[in-house]
Design a protein around this ligand. Structure first.
Ligand code: AMP
Length: 353
């Protein structure tokens, strides 16, 4: 059965753009968020403002919707578990659990034959030097197991640095040591999978970061065709193995010798897929809404394009892009611009090569 009303946990820009896609499909959306006047609630039909732990409000939310999804992965698993008592939640709990915790995530990826950078759980600060030396290296990246994104919850460490201070700064007791990858590019692939098990793909996208935040995405990624095909196969395999219903993104590194190493799973639409709104006949957001609401995933047809993120004061560059052919400016309705805050993006269609 197809859902007529979609509930979305989280009120950010990803929820906003999914709500826009839902409107196009004639599907109502109800947002559940702790934040008043969120970017998503400006578009949705209704919003419930409540904490993710507030069971009474969660139950009220569930009564208003046919199916539930989420727009970011730091929703407590308990919230999803509780809501499942009332309505289906997609992607399901197992996907969220894997994506929320780097140790589970990397163990899962490795268990299904997807390579990652060499990693090991540190257990305590004393272990870090041993692991780095065992690998024959002099430096590494320390990452918290949970709540890391856009470079938060990670720190570069070189033997001889003040390890205790680095460890304390991460403010976590579950930390992994990860090998530094000498990559030539960072790419991502987005896969939608519907209730019939059909998968559809966007990408690979080529991603450039500034201060750990996505700055620019280019589609198609300028990489060799076999590497592109392999990155798609890896992400499709991930979606199948998780028995996904919804959308998942795999962020990957391409190394100098052409190896692909998975870095992170996002159980949702992704910043690198924003260009699909203007460059594809079916966007990642439409695919998200379609798959969780029980509609079939559609094979997208995409044109080459480039996306620039507008972070904080970057919104000042907008006048230089206004009115240019093939250029689409998107703003997320955030009232205040702050450093590091994603305010909007610009997509520029490119001529096919
Ligand atoms: P993450 O929070 O794991 O997505 O990492 C954010 C960014 O940090 C990535 O997009 C990379 O640019 C960089 N990074 C993360 N892990 C590594 C690694 N093992 N080696 C080199 N760069 C990394």
């Amino acid at each position: 059965m197809e859902a007529k009303t979609l509930g979305i946990l989280g009120g950010g820009q990803l929820g906003r753009m999914s709500a826009m896609a839902a409107r196009k499909l004639g599907i109502r959306t109800v947002i559940y968020t702790p934040e008043k006047d969120s970017p998503a609630s400006q578009i949705a039909h209704e919003t419930i403002v409540g904490a993710y732990e507030d069971r009474e409000s969660l139950e009220k939310f569930s009564e208003k919707v046919d199916v539930i999804s989420y727009e970011f992965e730091n929703i407590p698993v308990e919230t999803v578990e509780y809501l499942t008592n009332f309505k289906p939640v997609y992607p399901e709990k197992n996907v969220l659990e894997v994506a929320q915790d780097r140790i589970r995530e990397k163990s899962f990826l490795n268990s299904i034959g997807i390579a990652t950078a060499r990693w090991e759980e540190a257990k305590n600060a004393k272990n870090v030097d041993n692991i780095v030396e065992k690998w024959g290296k002099t430096s590494c990246i320390l990452k918290t197991a949970r709540f890391g994104y856009d470079g938060k919850g990670q720190s570069h460490y070189t033997l001889g640095d003040d390890l205790d201070a680095t460890w304390r700064s991460l403010n976590s007791d579950r930390i992994i040591v990860e090998e530094i990858v000498d990559f030539t590019s960072e790419i991502s692939v987005i896969v939608g999978r519907d209730r019939f098990g059909k998968t559809v793909t966007f990408g690979p996208m080529m991603n450039e970061h500034k201060r750990h935040i996505l700055h620019k995405t280019t589609f198609p990624a300028d990489i060799a065709a076999p590497i592109a095909a392999q990155s798609i196969a890896m992400t499709e395999k991930l979606a199948q193995q998780m028995n996904l219903r919804g959308v998942v993104t795999l962020e990957m590194f391409v190394t100098k010798d052409g190896q692909i190493l998975a870095n992170e799973i996002a159980p949702r639409t992704h910043n690198s897929g924003h260009l699909t709104i203007d460059a594809c006949d079916v966007s990642q957001f439409e695919q998200h809404v379609r798959t969780v609401c029980g509609l079939p995933a559609l094979n997208p047809s995409c044109r080459p394009a480039e996306m620039l993120n507008l972070i904080g004061d970057d919104i000042k560059i907008i006048p230089g892009y206004e009115g240019k052919p093939g250029t689409f400016i998107h703003l997320y309705g955030k009232l205040e611009s702050r450093p590091g805050r994603k305010m909007g993006h610009i997509t520029m269609l490119k001529k096919p090569a």
